[in-house]
Ligand binder design. Structure first.
Ligand SMILES: Cc1cc2nc3c(=O)[nH]c(=O)nc-3n(C[C@H](O)[C@H](O)[C@H](O)COP(=O)(O)OP(=O)(O)OC[C@H]3O[C@@H](n4cnc5c(N)ncnc54)[C@H](O)[C@@H]3O)c2cc1C
Length: 445
């Protein structure tokens, strides 16, 4: 264990995008960091999860393109080539097909043309969503709370029914952008609306692989960062006298620090620690009682014909998102959101879906691999391999906010990323930056 007593020392548990980002940001401020990652490579969910498919290929929502550039720019990393605008999605509903923009303003006029009889409701709905999007990114907690109270306790469907009677329109809006984020009917209207608002300000394809590499390289090149791969943190203990934490793996102490940041699913380690210290606190009981999920199967295929990048969304009970990629090794990625431990579909059915959706012969489509929830859990220790950490229903939305203030009860303990109070790539950026500001009392907060 290397230690420089002059520098505040952190242990970051988890080397996904959130762990890498917070490590690089804090290290650039002169903090001493041990970054512990279970796998032999950093990257977490943004990295190839082992089945030979390309890593990255994410479709993300960013309320402001400058946000990524600003955060990584401070580390001397350019966002050039990382983002490509991707606002248009193709939606298949029965025999009908739509091409819609995810941008709120564009989507409103497109839908008014398709559903002229709902134009009044559409203008009211998009007016609400545009105001909500402004409030969400305004940093005005009172305004955000107001929307939270209006939306958190109801389903998105019941919210849409206030504006519309056309079932096709309700189905379209329910499955657009928000569902890209892997939400389900169990999630609250607040979650749906937050995703629609985020994607509605700008959707992009992100080269997550390149960003992960750049951040990992940056962190590895900083003399005050010690990246420890192949190590699985299993418990923490605090020395009452010094207030410092020791992090252990299965065979002993691996790191000692003033502060510990969890950048992966943290419940097992913190539950064990609270049991050990006899802490029996309501907010922890709430956090530990939160449900995880949903999860997703992702099926990867290669086609003998080149494809261009696009999202094809199938509505309906067996809905899915089929992403076509510009890659020779893997050109189709089909995502089915489910909590089931059994794969939903076999290859024959999947090939038939791909053939119908993309209008190419079945003989030109070849399976590459499947990325399952259990495989993801084994690799990353994220409970149930859940795509976005916690389930985003009304109760969890409330309880997740408690995660921001864990350090009030456990001084020096923080959480960032997918298992914090927000999720997805934007959530990782947002929570890592928010934590960085809190820890450095930076004006940017
Ligand atoms: C199939 C799928 C599709 C997705 N699609 C999108 C999308 O289109 N758009 C979008 O915005 N987001 C998407 N996401 C979500 C996005 O990938 C995640 O939000 C993001 O990658 C989470 O990053 P993270 O660093 O917070 O966590 P993770 O990537 O989960 O990283 C956590 C890291 O911590 C390590 N770790 C955990 N516990 C320990 C321990 N005890 N000791 C040591 N190491 C530990 C893990 O090995 C892992 O490397 C998708 C996710 C999946 C799975």
């Amino acid at each position: 264990m290397k230690m420089d007593m002059d520098k505040e020392k952190y242990t970051v548990i988890g080397g996904g995008i959130s762990g890498l980002l917070i490590t690089a940001l804090l290290a650039a401020e002169g903090k001493q960091i041990d970054l512990i990652e279970k796998n032999t490579h950093c990257g977490g969910y943004l990295r190839n999860l082992g089945c030979g498919a390309p890593y990255g290929a994410h479709h993300i929502g960013l309320p402001d393109r400058g946000l990524l550039a600003g955060i990584i720019g401070g580390l001397g990393i350019s966002d050039e080539g990382l983002l490509r605008s991707a606002d248009t999605v193709r939606i298949l509903s029965g025999q009908r097909e739509y091409k819609l923009s995810l941008r709120l303003d564009e989507q409103c006029s497109q839908l008014c043309e398709i559903f002229p009889e709902e134009a009044e409701g559409l203008r009211a709905y998009f007016g609400f969503m545009t105001d909500f999007a402004e409030a969400l990114y305004s940093d005005d907690d009172r305004q955000i709370k107001g929307y939270f109270v209006k939306l958190a306790g109801k389903s998105f469907r019941s919210f849409l029914e206030k504006y519309f009677s056309n079932e096709e329109l309700i189905a379209l809006l329910s499955f657009l952008g928000p569902s890209y984020g892997g939400v389900t009917d169990a999630d609250s209207a607040f979650t749906f609306a937050s995703l629609a608002a985020t994607y509605g300000k700008g959707a992009y394809y992100m080269d997550c692989g390149a960003l992960t590499e750049k951040l990992a390289e940056k962190a590895a090149g900083m003399e005050n960062v010690n990246i420890m791969t192949g190590i699985q943190a299993s418990r923490i203990r605090r020395d009452d006298e010094s207030g410092r934490y020791t992090v252990y793996d299965g065979s002993g102490a691996v790191s000692e620090a003033d502060k510990v940041i969890f950048a992966g699913s943290f419940r097992r380690i913190l539950e064990e620690y609270c049991e050990h210290t006899g802490m029996n606190d309501t907010s922890f009981r709430k956090i530990f009682g939160m449900e995880t999920g949903p999860s997703a199967y992702r099926y990867y295929f290669r086609t003998d014909v080149p494809l261009s990048r696009m999202e094809h969304i199938r509505l309906g009970a067996d809905g899915y998102i089929m992403s076509t990629l510009e890659s020779d090794e893997c050109s189709v990625m089909l995502t089915c959101v489910t909590d089931s431990s059994q794969p939903q579909w076999d290859n024959e059915r999947l090939i038939s879906e791909i053939s119908d959706t993309l209008c190419i012969g079945k003989e030109l489509i070849h399976p590459v691999c499947v990325c399952s929830p259990s495989e993801r859990e084994n690799r990353t220790l994220n409970e149930n391999g859940a795509v976005f950490g916690w389930k985003r229903n009304a109760r969890n939305n409330l309880d997740a906010n408690l995660i921001y203030s864990i350090d009030k009860k456990l001084p020096g303990i923080y959480v960032t990323g997918n298992w914090s109070a927000t999720f997805g790539f934007f959530g990782c950026l947002y929570t890592a930056n928010k934590l960085f500001c809190k820890l450095t009392a930076d004006r940017r907060s």
